[in-house]
Design a protein around this ligand. Structure first.
Ligand SMILES: Nc1nc2c(ncn2[C@@H]2O[C@H](COP(=O)(O)OP(=O)(O)OP(=O)(O)O)[C@@H](O)[C@H]2O)c(=O)[nH]1
Ligand SMILES: [Mg+2]
Length: 342
């Protein structure tokens, strides 16, 4: 199964999550506009520096420009290094590189006939206004991609970054390992069903708890993903522990088009796919931007506006008759400019 799915990890957050998958044996190609960021991925096998990039400092447009100029080589790199049936592009929605290049790359690769999903990240309240603006813009593009496979949305409001990276990669890995690990005469989940679930358009969540009791349903609400308010779902694929009943899961998430299930012992693994986008959470991001817009606009316009008085240096004024200036003309070079302040 691990050779059927490959990851393209863009930017810093993408790289961190990509590492989790590479450690588990998945194929990962890391892309970044920042060479320094790529250098931090010491044990990564396949890294690619997007030509001309020096990092995008949260400017999505820069990443888009660089990607558009270098797409042919990037595509070539993907063809050479990754061999899979399905690809997931991983990126944060709040940064510059991943947020700018992620949706565009998914679209471009889909257009080349590849099956491509997304793993993306929503900013937490402590992230900047710029991160919130980027995130909203990124989702505007992402939700418009018609042919995209599943989109996993990790929410940084839930827990710290590194923990959610690990939980997500671990749950995803356990989910795609179901066909190898769980066999029962009462029903199996095969590779085709896993792939079908992941190929589904819309939002997906994957949850894995090694040991659950009666309260297994809590895991459907208490996880690393952005909350969904609408009860719309296309597929439910699950390893059900003895205490679990599929009808209770359906009550919780909605009635799917199809269900794939297999019995387990104490482990609960579940993927719900074809969900709607987290409308209320995205509205919250929009409202956060609106609420802070006036303050930031005021700050932006006032940052270059300052009333300075020029008569502070009474000593020079006192000495000006005794010290003779060598050059009174306007500054001509950087050095001259610096001299003005010295
Ligand atoms: N969950 C999670 N979030 C992360 C991680 N690293 C960064 N983030 C979040 O991602 C956003 C910043 O995006 P980055 O991935 O650092 O940005 P980038 O794609 O490298 O883009 P630039 O550096 O701006 O060119 C912020 O909201 C961070 O909180 C990570 O490892 N895991
Ligand atoms: Mg970066």
């Amino acid at each position: 199964m691990r050779n059927k799915i490959a990851f393209i990890a863009i930017g810093q957050a993408g790289g961190n999550i990509g590492r989790e998958f590479e450690k588990k044996g998945f194929q990962v190609l890391y892309l970044n506009t920042s060479k320094e960021d790529l250098d931090t991925l010491k044990e990564a096998k396949h890294k690619y520096h997007i030509k001309g990039g020096e990092g995008c400092n949260k400017v999505r447009k820069k990443a888009k420009m660089l990607l558009s100029e270098d797409f042919e080589s990037i595509f070539e790199e993907i063809q050479q290094k990754l061999h899979a049936e399905m690809y997931f592009v991983i990126f944060s929605s709040g940064g510059g590189t991943g947020s700018g290049a992620g949706p565009m790359l998914i679209d471009l690769l889909s257009d080349e006939g590849k099956t491509v999903g997304a793993v993306t990240i929503l900013p937490s309240k402590s992230d900047s206004l710029k991160a919130h603006i980027n995130s909203y813009e990124c989702f505007n593009e992402l939700t418009a991609i018609e042919q995209m496979a599943s989109c996993f949305i990790i929410d940084n409001e839930v827990t710290d970054k590194m923990t959610s990276n690990r939980i997500f990669a671990d749950s995803f890995d356990r989910f795609v390992s179901i066909p190898e690990k769980f066999h029962s005469e009462l029903g199996n989940i095969d590779t085709a069903e896993i792939m079908e679930t992941l190929r589904t358009r819309g939002v997906a969540k994957v949850i894995a708890r090694p040991q659950v009791g009666e309260n297994y349903l809590d895991a459907l609400k208490d996880n690393v993903f952005a909350p969904n308010e609408e009860r719309a779902v296309k597929y439910i694929a699950a390893v059900l522990p003895e205490a679990a009943k599929m009808e209770d899961i359906v009550k919780e998430v909605g009635t799917p088009v199809d269900i794939f299930q297999t019995p387990g012992k104490s482990e609960f693994i579940c993927c719900v796919a074809g969900l709607s986008y987290p409308q209320a959470r995205l509205d919250g991001i929009y409202n956060f931007v609106e609420k802070n817009k006036d303050d930031v606009l005021k700050n932006l316009s006032s940052s270059s506006k300052i009333q300075m008085k020029s008569d502070v240096n009474f000593i020079d004024d006192f000495e000006k008759d005794t010290v003779k200036s060598t050059d009174d003309s306007k500054p001509k070079s950087k050095r001259d400019l610096m001299k003005k302040y010295l």
